[in-house]
Design a protein around this ligand. Structure first.
Ligand SMILES: Nc1ncnc2c1ncn2[C@@H]1O[C@H](COP(=O)(O)OP(=O)(O)OP(=O)(O)O)[C@@H](O)[C@H]1O
Ligand SMILES: [Mg+2]
Length: 808
């Protein structure tokens, strides 16, 4: 299996956040590097007070160690997480794992890292009690993963090596000018001061004051940075005066604060005193944002016009209180260091403004989410989804607050985020929020939508029972409130659920009920609609010809609404219908278009499906060289996603390939392995897939003979899934392609083969129609296609070929 990490460069880019060179940490960096290079050490925790430089040192060391790990470094920022969030969910995200199928994130993270060779950096773990158990479970299974944690307190694991980081050295009181100049804390002060005042230098006349400032601040880097930022307006000697008075105040305060924290608080309070009242207010307000905020969000929550907010933010940045980053859209994004955020929030609460600002924050992100949801399926989809992802921290913060203070808002917000969570595979997390919001109060419409979203995610996770319960509850609620849109949405998904569970009649009943309701307002339901689903039902469980019309109408609807996901899905399904009908050329055309669209929007499941179908169509066209890379890419991606139904389908396609390319024994084994897998996960093959498998198996039986066929079947049933996958992935294009593909029946579609087989049994068109529950007209069309493809003009000749080629 492929154990490479999804995106090592993602970790690299995060590491560059702290690009500024460290001052005075050479010895610490060396010692930490040595610890991490010691094979006996698997876990190191850098501890120390807030602002001492743990994150800076750890990311510096991680950066220099990157080449030493085959899979590089993965940095996970834990600070923005709620205390009850399991660390592994964020690790999964950093590894690029979306919880697409399994509700259990931990085993997936463990299996991804099991054979990885990397350095995992967990930053700011102090507030997450679950980190210890997670790291412990991780270290039990990995061989080549080192874990580096930063935390104000150790995790408390027996395997943990604590690396207590002290503050920067400060000059001796009354030391020489040279001693002052070379002390690391003074150098840090000088560098930051120079950044705000170009001509600043530590000179004879200010050296003592600077030295004393650094000493009073205990050499704590963050405190020194904040003080140095004031140099523009205050010379060091005056600064020292202010600092003294603040520190004295603090010393009189609660005695339980450790010395270092006191100096940091002193600096923070002092920095804030020097701000104008509105700037101070803005600083406190920023404490409610998580993972930064855009100018638009800040001005909305602070209730300031954008240009005023910007001006004040610039001042705060000059004072070293906030960081300015450039977002992916080129706009500025503003963020606070963790310790300053805690301070700001504390202030907000002290001022009695906490609730009103939190409420504005939550309302702002509710309207953001509602608007994003309305645009989610339109032409701006990609942009909207990235914006939602970028604001996920703020959305979580808003939900957390709302669940405690405004349950109506919480439910509205969770309902508005349902589609986002579902499209981006945040199933486990999304369901959790929805469940918590559903426990509280809220409007009937939001409740129905939230139930629907939770049901859809449960379905996608394969939790069918729960899905049915949630969707039925949504339907009942929508019915009680005459919410037509809500009813259509719930019935539609109940239809999909019944389709997945191999209950086509039930599915049709739901969809037929949903269709007229949906037609009333034709709300875009995303990748699905009753019209589309009725088409798919015919495709998988009925007659592909009947699928073409509804699928084409669904395609047209999505083309006008600009829903790329929908367009790609409809093109794919039409392609599959044409493939089944036997129009391989046109099918390939549509499938390629769907693949291009899906690649453009990064729809991983969609890419797999389109590639699989294209691979299959190439197999059916005898184009082995084209087929193999498509099949192997689809299988590799399915394995990486851990999507077992896709894996089963991929194996069946490989079998179709093998049966035609001279590897009949393997074909039989893979079909058996896929059948096993399907039984295990409760995803039986629909007739569409079954037709294909039947063709594969009958070809294989013909070339192997009955006894060998049975033997391979038994071998396949016992075949371990991993082995089957390895076996398939090592398949090569046959030396003389097409040698084994001689039969003229080769180009017949599975449906046509079925018809031919019945003709060979001597059945009339009417009997064939009855047997296959098709119309006589459709059967006549199939018969005509069979004649054309075999180049014959009569039933007798067609049957003769079928017998000669061992099909009957
Ligand atoms: N050795 C250093 N040289 C230059 N700048 C430093 C150094 N150490 C820390 N800093 C700066 O001090 C500030 C605080 O550092 P950092 O965020 O690494 O602290 P931390 O210990 O991780 O704090 P917290 O516990 O709040 O996460 C940052 O702005 C960082 O750039
Ligand atoms: Mg930190």
């Amino acid at each position: 299996m492929d154990h490479r990490l999804a995106s090592p460069q993602q970790a690299g880019s995060k590491l560059s956040v702290n690009a500024a060179a460290l001052i005075g940490r050479e010895t610490d960096a060396q010692a930490l590097t040595a610890l991490l290079s010691d094979p006996a050490v698997s876990l190191v925790t850098v501890t120390g007070p807030g602002g001492v430089g743990k994150t800076s040192l750890a990311s510096h060391v991680a950066r220099t160690l990157t080449p030493a790990f085959r899979d590089g470094v993965c940095m996970v920022l834990l600070a923005p997480l709620r205390p009850d969030t399991p660390a592994e969910t964020e690790v999964a995200r950093a590894l690029g794992l979306r919880d697409s199928t399994s509700r259990d994130v931990l085993p997936r993270v463990l299996s991804r890292l099991e054979r990885a060779h990397l350095l995992l950096l967990l930053d700011n773990a102090e507030h997450l009690p679950q980190t210890g158990p997670f790291v412990s479970a991780l270290l039990d299974v990995v061989e080549n993963v080192r874990v580096l944690v930063t935390s104000r307190t150790p995790l408390g694991l027996s395997r943990e090596q604590e690396f207590a980081l002290g503050a920067l050295p400060v000059p001796r009181l009354g030391g020489t000018f040279q001693e002052v100049q070379t002390a690391a804390s003074v150098q840090l002060f000088q560098r930051r001061a120079k950044a705000v005042k170009r001509d600043f230098e530590v000179r004879l006349d200010n050296a003592q004051a600077v030295a004393e400032i650094c000493a009073r601040l205990d050499g704590l880097p963050l405190a020194i940075e904040l003080a140095a930022a004031r140099v523009r307006v205050l010379p060091p000697a005056m600064m020292l005066g202010h600092l003294h008075s603040t520190l004295e105040l603090l010393t009189g305060g609660p005695g339980d604060r450790p010395e270092r924290q006191r100096s940091l608080r002193a600096t923070l309070e002092w920095s804030e005193q020097l701000l104008e009242p509105e700037q101070r207010r803005l600083l406190w307000t920023l404490g409610v944002f998580a993972q930064g905020a855009s100018l638009a969000s800040i001005s909305a929550v602070a209730g300031l016009p954008a240009h005023v907010a910007l001006e004040q933010l610039e001042t705060l940045a000059r004072h070293g209180l906030i960081r300015v980053m450039t977002g992916p859209d080129g706009d500025g994004r503003f963020d606070l260091l963790e310790i300053i955020r805690e301070f700001a929030l504390e202030r907000l609460v002290q001022q009695g403004d906490g609730d009103s600002i939190h409420q504005r924050h939550a309302r702002h992100f509710l309207s953001f989410a509602v608007k994003a949801d309305a645009d989610l399926w339109g032409a701006r989809q990609h942009e909207v989804l990235s914006a939602l992802e970028r604001e996920h921290g703020n959305l979580r913060a808003a939900l957390t607050w709302a669940l405690q203070h405004d349950q109506n808002l919480a439910l509205d917000l969770a309902a508005a985020l349902g589609n986002f969570w579902s499209v981006h595979g945040h199933f486990a997390e999304g369901r959790q929020w929805l469940e918590r919001a559903l426990d509280g109060e809220g409007s009937a419409e939001s409740r129905a939508r939230a139930l629907c979203a939770a049901g859809e995610m449960a379905r996608m996770q394969g939790d069918h029972e729960q899905a049915e319960r949630l969707l039925s509850a949504s339907l009942t609620l929508a019915r009680d409130h005459a919410d037509v849109g809500g009813m259509a949405a719930a019935l539609n998904l109940l239809g999909v659920l019944a389709h997945n569970a191999a209950r086509p009649d039930e599915a049709r009943a739901f969809l037929n009920e949903a269709l007229p309701l949906w037609e009333v307002e034709r709300r875009d339901l995303g990748r699905t609609s009753p019209l589309f689903n009725l088409g798919r039902l015919s495709l998988y469980w009925g007659e592909p010809h009947d699928a073409v019309e509804p699928l084409s109408r669904a395609l047209a609807f999505w083309r006008t609404s600009g829903n790329t996901h929908g367009v790609a899905y409809a093109l794919y399904s039409l392609g599959r219908a044409l493939l089944d009908i036997g129009d391989t050329g046109q099918a390939q055309h549509l499938l390629r278009e769907s693949l291009d669209l899906r690649r453009a929007i990064g729809d991983e499941r969609g890419i797999i499906a389109s590639q699989t179908a294209l691979g299959l169509s190439a197999v059916m066209g005898g184009e082995f060289r084209e087929a193999l890379p498509l099949l192997s890419d689809a299988l590799t991606r399915s394995v990486r996603l851990g999507h077992r139904r896709n894996i089963a389908e991929s194996l069946e396609d490989y079998a179709a390939y093998a049966a035609r390319a001279g590897s009949a024994a393997q074909a039989v084994r893979w079909c058996a392995a896929a059948r096993n897998l399907r039984a295990m996960i409760g995803a039986p093959a629909a007739p569409l897939d079954e037709r294909q498998v039947a063709v594969t198996l009958s070809r294989a039986r013909q070339s192997l003979g009955g006894a060998a066929y049975e033997r391979e079947m038994r071998a396949g049933t016992l075949l371990d899934l991993d082995a089957a996958i390895q076996d398939a992935l090592s398949l090569r294009v046959p030396a003389a392609p097409g040698v084994q593909s001689g039969p003229s029946t080769f180009r017949l579609s599975p449906r046509e083969l079925e018809v031919l087989r019945l003709l060979a049994e001597g059945r009339s068109n009417r009997e064939v129609a009855q047997k296959l529950t098709l119309s006589e007209k459709t059967v006549a069309r199939h018969v005509e296609n069979v004649f054309n493809k075999l180049g014959v003009h009569s039933r007798a000749s067609a049957v003769a070929i079928a017998i000669r080629e061992g099909l009957v």
